[in-house]
Design a protein around this ligand. Structure first.
Ligand code: DHB
Ligand code: MG
Length: 220
């Protein structure tokens, strides 16, 4: 674990460097003693690079928290691009809005505060155009439902990324009572069964411990 952290720090120093708006976000969660659920900086930059490689103009994020990954994604979209991000917690949504404003992305980010399943249904009902990329990073038990909605808000080529699926190696646990593990396990099973998706998952180690993510592309 110490090696993972030291190597992540080296990677941060060499390849990512400090960005005051992003550092401010991390300070917000530390100062308010909130769970440090943000993606690591190398992972944030990975999301940013993925969005750039995809040429994503419209991105949907599930789970805003303090807005850390939101800002990474907003940095990747063109000036007329948009990140829509869903957050259930009113306090988190307010703090994230301040961080996003400070980062200069008030015009490119829309936070929708409320239960994500309701917000997703509202996006579907409003005939929201499909997104180029969807980042699923909210409550784990609902991941299978988030996948269903993501498919409704996709078109061929949409990239779907699911965070925190390996959960310290518990993903493959048989008959687990852990609702988070159950959620991500069903999510990975559903990805495998989805006819419209090609998917993989990668395990990761670093400052956030041992975890992993899924990556999918919508084929048709
Ligand atoms: C948890 C959730 C996250 O989104 C994350 O990045 C790390 C941990 C969690 O629920 O444990
Ligand atoms: Mg996460």
């Amino acid at each position: 674990m110490e090696t993972w952290v030291n190597n992540d720090k080296f990677i941060h120093e060499q390849l990512i460097k400090d960005d005051s708006a992003l550092e401010r976000v991390l300070d917000t969660s530390r100062k308010n003693l909130l769970p440090e659920m943000e993606v690591s900086s190398p992972q944030g930059k990975f999301l940013y690079l993925l969005a750039k490689i995809k040429g994503a103009k419209r991105i949907l994020e599930l789970g805003t928290f303090m807005g850390y990954s939101t800002i990474w994604l907003a940095k990747a979209v063109p000036t007329d691009g948009e990140v829509i991000t869903l957050e259930i917690d009113e306090r988190y949504a307010k703090m994230a809005q301040e961080n996003i404003n400070y980062a200069g992305f008030a015009d490119n980010v829309r936070i929708i505060q409320g239960n994500a399943l309701d917000s997703l249904q509202a996006l579907v009902d409003a005939n929201t155009p499909p997104f180029d990329m969807i980042f699923i990073d909210a409550d784990k038990p609902n991941y299978p439902m988030y996948l269903e909605f993501s498919l409704k808000l996709s078109r061929p080529g949409t990239v779907i990324y699911g965070d925190n699926v390996v959960r310290n190696g518990k993903l493959c646990t048989l008959n687990t009572p852990d609702a988070n593990v159950k959620g991500v396990k069903k999510f990975v099973e559903d990805l495998g069964a989805a006819e419209r998706l090609e998917s993989t998952a990668l395990q990761t180690v670093g400052v956030k411990g041992y975890d992993g993510f899924t990556l999918s592309v919508v084929t048709h």
